[in-house]
Write a protein that binds this ligand. Structure first.
Ligand SMILES: NC(=O)c1ccc[n+]([C@@H]2O[C@H](COP(=O)([O-])OP(=O)(O)OC[C@H]3O[C@@H](n4cnc5c(N)ncnc54)[C@H](OP(=O)(O)O)[C@@H]3O)[C@@H](O)[C@H]2O)c1
Length: 320
């Protein structure tokens, strides 16, 4: 057997450009490992890479996170051995039965964590971790707004924020999603500013985690306390237009940052520390990972349609 199933993209476009094909099983080079993938995570970045909003080299195998078993290693690999259970993020090519990954990007998965759970928390979980622990290190007494609080990142972010002692106001679009959200106060995209004022006695929240972007950004700016933090980490509704920095003065000497995971996982030590904390919390039953749905690899297009259309609440996986 020297071929595998994989999704490939030959031209940018809608979900139908995700083509299920037979391709050769790749061979790891020096410093690389080959992973037999158990589950691959579906993320918003996959949609941007599929549509051409983020451009790469065509054709390519999409997907940026997975968990599985090391099935072969190249020369000079110290970090893992054949048979290890591992997970990773930020390496293109996970929508496949096998993927080649630089060994330094692989995180060992503890025996008591299921590989599907590990796949589910590499990208969204590491993101929720750096946002709450590093971009704005939340502390007891802080109040935070989390947009899309029932989404993949949102569910994890809310829980990590509460574990750090913060009070969370979460926004969702439907009553059904409100049931999944874990914020102290769950509200709508039209009412969150009012709720924030009420919950902080008119002062404003300490930090707002903005992943919706275009549709909510202006209103989000108005919910912060003086010298509060607006953390724009996503744009699920579209890109925020350019803004005049003077607005940050007018709204209270605010801080605005546009962070991305790569800058918060700068080396292997930082990767292992963040992932290790997530796995410890999951194993201890303190961090719940909600897998909304799993699709067979061949149905990747249905997974993309579900995520883009706001139909999901939690993680979307592809299984091989
Ligand atoms: N900067 C980083 O390091 C980083 C890392 C990971 C993800 N992200 C970003 O974080 C965001 C959330 O990612 P995720 O994978 O966890 O997705 P998700 O939150 O599970 O899904 C997106 C959610 O956004 C809400 N939404 C509001 N307006 C929307 C619109 N017009 N179209 C689609 N969704 C809309 C929906 O929730 P409601 O129906 O409740 O409104 C939807 O379920 C994405 O923008 C992603 O690019 C950034």
């Amino acid at each position: 057997m020297d071929s595998m199933h994989a999704i490939r993209i030959h031209s940018y476009g809608g979900p139908d450009v995700l083509s299920y094909e037979d391709v050769p099983i790749p061979t790891p080079g020096p410093g690389e490992a080959r992973i037999k993938i158990a589950a691959s995570g579906v993320n918003f970045i996959d949609i941007y890479q599929r549509s051409g909003q983020y451009k790469g080299q065509l054709p390519f195998i999409p997907g940026n996170e997975a968990a599985g078993i090391v099935d072969s290693i190249g020369a000079d690999v110290q970090e893992v051995q054949v048979g290890d259970r591992v997970a990773y993020a930020q390496q293109l090519g996970s929508y496949a039965e096998y993927a080649i990954v630089p060994a330094g990007k692989l995180v060992p998965v503890p025996a008591d964590i299921d590989l599907t759970i590990a796949a589910a928390v590499m990208l969204q979980g590491l993101t929720a971790h750096y946002l709450t622990a590093s971009t704005y290190p939340l502390k007891p007494g802080d109040t935070a707004i989390v947009h899309a609080a029932a989404g993949g990142v949102g569910l994890l972010l809310t829980q990590l924020a509460k574990l750090r002692g913060a009070t969370v106001i979460g926004t969702v679009s439907t009553a059904e999603k409100a049931q999944f959200a874990r914020a102290e106060e769950v509200t709508s995209y039209t009412e969150f500013a009012e709720v924030a004022r009420r919950m902080t006695n008119g002062r404003g929240v300490d930090v707002l985690y903005e992943s919706v972007g275009k549709d909510t950004f202006d209103q989000s700016l108005g919910t912060l306390r003086p010298r509060g933090y607006l953390i724009l980490y996503g744009q699920s509704s579209g890109a925020v237009p350019p803004l005049d920095p003077q607005i940050l003065n007018a709204k209270g000497s605010l801080f605005l940052t546009r962070p991305t995971l790569g800058h918060y996982v700068q080396d292997r030590a930082e990767l292992l520390a963040r992932a290790g904390e997530l796995f410890d919390l999951i194993a201890a039953g303190r961090l719940n990972v909600r897998i909304d749905r799993s699709y067979p690899l061949a149905e990747a297009s249905a997974a993309h349609t579900a995520l883009a259309s706001r139909a999901t609440s939690g993680k979307v996986l592809l299984t091989t």
